[in-house]
Design a protein around this ligand. Structure first.
Ligand SMILES: Cc1cc2nc3c(=O)[nH]c(=O)nc-3n(C[C@H](O)[C@H](O)[C@H](O)COP(=O)(O)OP(=O)(O)OC[C@H]3O[C@@H](n4cnc5c(N)ncnc54)[C@H](O)[C@@H]3O)c2cc1C
Length: 267
């Protein structure tokens, strides 16, 4: 049996600009038949855009059985960034590949509170998490939820009404001071759950802080690096297709082809 993750071909149905840096992509089509949500509210898929073979990860903002919604942050450069920044007339009708979803959020049943911290890339997950935790259901009461979001601009109407949200200005493209923000937080006394996602080095600092300063057990938090900043020079956007084909024709291994591709991006 193949261990390869299931993949789905999806067609771009709509593109909506949610704020200067946030683009909503609505995907659909018969290729998504069989796509099943995990139900975990921070679930994500791998996305491969046309002409590329590398994937990038995006949160499933919603899946209603027909339409799959991804909210994509457009930053200065980037493979998906440059594809998604194009106008709706060009994007609609294009076919992308998405992988089957996976999730990580695992709030303990008895959690008395929930704190969510992240940047614009984490906002889709935080919105979806808040939609589930702030609503009581048969299994549990609503959990008091506080959110801190670092953003280049506030996307109006994005989060459900009535939430306790602190919007923080992002210090610049590719930069984040979320670790500092978390180190200064007032921590509730009883047991709850802390979820955070954003720039990887900030997330590493916070994992250390939670373990050493706060002595939290690993079941009490989930901290994920969503993207890597700090590169002194941004890699060039290079079409890997020709490099792949030339490498294959020359009998190179996948690893050698990846190395060639990396080299071309940093030339
Ligand atoms: C589980 C998971 C869920 C995610 N969910 C979402 C989501 O819902 N929406 C979303 O927009 N992103 C999400 N991300 C983050 C997204 O995968 C990365 O930001 C990705 O690198 C963007 O791809 P790109 O092709 O545009 O840029 P890349 O080609 O990957 O990067 C190009 C350059 O831009 C820099 N860069 C990458 N991301 C950022 C950024 N966010 N800000 C500033 N500089 C950046 C890189 O360091 C690199 O130098 C998620 C990541 C993970 C792991």
């Amino acid at each position: 049996m193949s261990t390869r993750a299931q993949q789905y071909a999806a067609v771009v149905l709509r593109r909506e600009q949610r704020s200067d840096h946030l683009v909503r992509l609505v995907l659909g089509g018969p290729g998504l038949a069989g796509f099943v949500s995990t139900g975990v509210p921070d679930e994500w898929v791998g996305l491969v855009v046309p002409g590329q073979f590398q994937s990038r990860y995006y949160t499933v903002r919603s899946w209603d059985g027909t339409e799959l919604v991804l909210d994509v942050v457009v930053h200065d450069v980037g493979l998906v960034t440059e594809w998604a920044a194009r106008p709706a007339e060009e994007l609609v009708g294009e076919t992308v590949t998405v992988t089957e979803p996976k999730g990580s959020f695992a709030m303990p049943a008895g959690a008395a509170w929930l704190m969510l911290v992240g940047d614009l890339t984490a906002l889709p997950a935080m919105a979806r998490i808040a939609q589930t935790t702030t609503r009581a259901d048969a299994a549990r009461a609503a959990v008091p939820t506080r959110i801190w979001v670092e953003v280049p601009e506030v996307p109006t109407g994005y989060l459900p009404e009535g939430l306790d949200v602190t919007w923080l200005p992002q210090p610049g493209e590719g930069r984040s001071r979320l670790a500092e923000v978390v180190e200064e937080l007032d921590w509730p006394a009883d047991e709850g759950y802390f979820w955070m996602a954003g720039e990887s080095s900030q997330m590493r600092a916070i994992r250390k802080h939670l373990m050493r300063e706060r002595s939290l057990p690993s079941t009490a938090y989930d901290v994920m690096g969503y993207w890597r900043g700090g590169a002194t020079r941004q890699p060039r956007a290079v079409d890997p297709g020709p490099i792949w084909r030339a490498g294959k024709a020359a009998g190179k291994t996948d690893e050698q082809i990846w190395a060639d591709y990396d080299e071309a991006r940093h030339e």
